[in-house]
Ligand binder design. Structure first.
Ligand SMILES: [Zn+2]
Length: 292
């Protein structure tokens, strides 16, 4: 069967914005106050270079097990993570590193801002490092850190961020997962600037179509489909209520949530039927699953 490019689907707002990290809960006030104090120490430095040095020094000395402030930060980040504390970027490996979405090398004034933190894994966090880019004002050209217009060691030039912020942006409004190849593709109805943000984030910086991730997403797809089949069989077969609930919880707690969200989006647009009729039939029989 010929299937045209699914990225012609329009961007749909999802029930549960996958890859987007929840904003709540926030850490307790005592933790946020302690972060503010650390930030004030950085902000008190006289120039950009010394603010960067101070931010990195204070982050290193505080981001340790047993530090009450960062234990609270991590506990809250853990509650935001999907599945078994998966990385906010790849959704595959354990996310156990406090990652600054806006790197402390460029934004020392946000080093201790709660809103700038997510849990990421080493394989995502290390290559991301301090890579960052802004849209040049007036031209919308990308200026990457290290370019002549943004020399190393200098503060970022004025301009909007190119990298998607997984707390503020819904990545699935920019990209969709192709459920045949399990690679991300740009959404079909987004403007040029959004295409640049998709490309820079998903491909250039995070490389979210790594081979390992493709096979993990493929496995997750089949797991979600099987669990949905189990749920329908239990629900219709008179199984004890707890058994049915356990299966729903298993779906909600699984990693690679993007796969599940994309299955639902495909179904809404009648795409799933073209790709996998058996999966589509299960969604037909369990419409309640759209809220999971
Ligand atoms: Zn990762």
């Amino acid at each position: 069967m010929h299937i045209s490019n699914p990225c012609s689907l329009r961007a749909a707002r999802l029930n549960d914005h996958m890859l987007q990290v929840p904003s709540l809960p926030t850490p307790p006030a005592s933790c946020l106050n302690a972060l503010d104090k650390l930030q004030a120490e950085v902000d008190a430095c006289s120039d950009f270079a010394s603010r960067v040095v101070e931010a990195k020094k204070l982050f290193k000395s505080n981001n340790r097990r047993g530090n009450a402030t960062f234990d609270e930060v991590k506990s809250t980040l853990r509650s935001h993570a999907q599945g078994a504390q998966r990385c906010a970027y790849c959704e595959d490996s354990v996310g156990d590193e406090v990652e600054h979405m806006r790197p402390k090398d460029h934004f020392p004034e946000e080093c201790f801002k709660w809103d700038n933190y997510v849990f990421a894994c080493g394989p995502c966090n290390s290559p991301k490092g301090n890579r960052f880019a802004v849209f040049e004002q007036g031209t919308d050209e990308l200026i990457r850190y290290g370019d002549p217009k943004w020399p190393k060691g200098s503060p970022p030039p004025p301009g909007d961020d190119v990298l998607l912020n997984v707390r503020h942006d819904d990545p699935l409004a920019f990209a969709m997962l192709d459920l045949r190849t399990f690679r991300f593709v740009a959404m079909g109805d987004i403007d040029q600037r959004s295409i640049e943000r998709y490309r820079y984030t998903f491909i250039e910086v995070l490389n979210l179509s790594r081979e390992l991730l493709l096979s993990a997403r493929r496995t997750a797809y089949h797991d979600y489909k099987a669990l949905l089949g189990d749920y329908i069989a239990l629900r219709d077969g008179g199984a004890p209520h707890e058994e049915v609930v356990r299966t729903v919880e298993a779906i909600k707690r699984k990693g690679h949530r993007t796969v599940w969200e994309e299955m639902k989006r495909y179904h809404r647009f009648e795409w799933l039927r073209k790709v996998d009729g058996f999966a589509a039939e299960r969604f037909d029989r369990a419409p309640e699953c759209f809220s999971w």
